[in-house]
Ligand binder design. Structure first.
Ligand code: AP5
Ligand code: MG
Length: 213
C-alpha cells in the first residue's frame, strides 16, 4: 500500500503515521524527519535545508525529490510506504506520479487531515519532539509519561526550531500557498479522503483506518 498523509503543519501527520506504520507494517517516510537528520549530521544537504526550515520556507523540490526517490527503493518499502510531508508542491506531486508510473506502481490513498489554524498554532507551540525517533508529544494534549523523555525510545525531547511563533505563522502561509493546491490535485484523481483531524489520537486513527479499508 502506498499512501500520502497530507495536511497543514501540526495536523497530526507524524503522530498518526507512527501509529499506522506499526499497524500496517509499512515504513513512514517523513521528508521533514530526513532533513532534520541531515541537519544533525552536519552534511551539506543539512546546511542547505536548515536555512529554509528554520524560517518556515520549503526546501527546493529537487533536493526532497532525490531523497524520496532513493528512500523508496530501500527493501523495507517493498510492501509499500506512507509519505508524511511529501509531496508539498504540485511539481513534487508530478514528479512522484512520474516515478510511480516508471516503476509500474500506483498510489492507493491520500488522506488529508483537517484542523483549523488556531488549533494548529496551539499544537505546534506546545509540541516536543524526540531527538532520537522523531515521535511527537505535547505539553498538554499528549504528555510523555516522564517530562522531557520519549515514551517510545527513551530519547530526549526538544522543541523544534520552527515551532517558534514567527516560524509557525510562516509555515502556515507556505502551506496555504504551495501545498493546499494538492487537495484539488488529488481530489481530481479520486484518491483523496479528508478526515477531521480534531479529537483524541485513537478516534482520528479509527477515522483513517475506515477511510483506507
Ligand atoms: P515537517 O517536519 O513535515 O513539518 P510540517 O509539515 O510543518 O508538519 P509537522 O511535523 O509540524 O506537523 P505534523 O502534522 O507532523 O503534526 P504532529 O503529529 O507532530 O517539515 C518541516 C520543514 O521541512 C518544512 O517547513 C520544510 O521547510 C521542510 N520540508 C519537509 N518536507 C518538505 C518537502 N516535501 N518539500 C520541501 N520542504 C520540505 O502533531 C503536532 C502536535 O500536535 C504534537 O505536539 C502532537 O502531540 C499534537 N497532536 C497531534 N494530534 C493531536 C490531536 N489529535 N489532539 C491534540 N494534539 C495533537
Ligand atoms: Mg511531522
Amino acid at each position: 500500500m502506498k499512501m500520502i498523509l497530507l495536511g497543514p503543519p501540526g495536523a497530526g501527520k507524524g503522530t498518526q503515521a507512527k501509529m499506522l506504520t506499526e499497524a500496517f507494517g509499512i515504513p513512514q517516510i517523513s521528508t521533514g524527519d530526513m532533513l532534520r537528520a541531515a541537519i544533525r549530521a552536519g552534511s551539506e544537504l543539512g546546511r542547505q535545508a536548515k536555512v529554509n526550515i528554520d524560517v518556515g520556507h520549503l526546501v527546493p523540490d529537487n533536493v526532497v525529490v532525490r531523497l524520496v526517490e532513493e528512500r523508496t527503493l530501500q527493501p523495507d518499502c517493498a510492501r509499500g510506504y506512507m509519505l508524511d510531508g511529501f509531496p508539498r508542491t504540485v511539481a513534487q506531486a508530478d514528479t512522484l506520479a512520474a516515478m510511480l508510473l516508471r516503476r509500474g506502481e500506483r498510489l492507493d490513498h491520500v488522506i488529508c487531515l483537517e484542523v483549523p489554524s488556531e488549533v494548529l498554532v496551539v499544537r505546534l507551540s506546545g509540541r516536543r519532539t524526540c531527538r532520537q525517533c522523531a515521535a511527537s508529544f505535547h505539553l498538554e494534549f499528549n504528555k510523555p509519561q516522564t517530562a522531557g523523555v520519549c515514551d517510545k525510545c527513551g530519547g530526549e525531547l526538544y522543541q523544534r526550531a520552527d515551532d517558534r511563533e514567527d516560524a509557525i505563522r510562516a509555515r502556515l502561509v507556505t502551506y496555504a500557498k504551495d501545498t493546499a493546491p494538492l487537495i484539488d490535485y488529488y481530489r481530481k484523481l479520486n484518491v483523496l479522503r479528508t478526515i477531521d483531524g480534531q479529537g483524541d489520537l485513537r478516534t482520528i486513527y479509527a477515522r483513517i483506518e475506515r477511510a483506507i479499508a
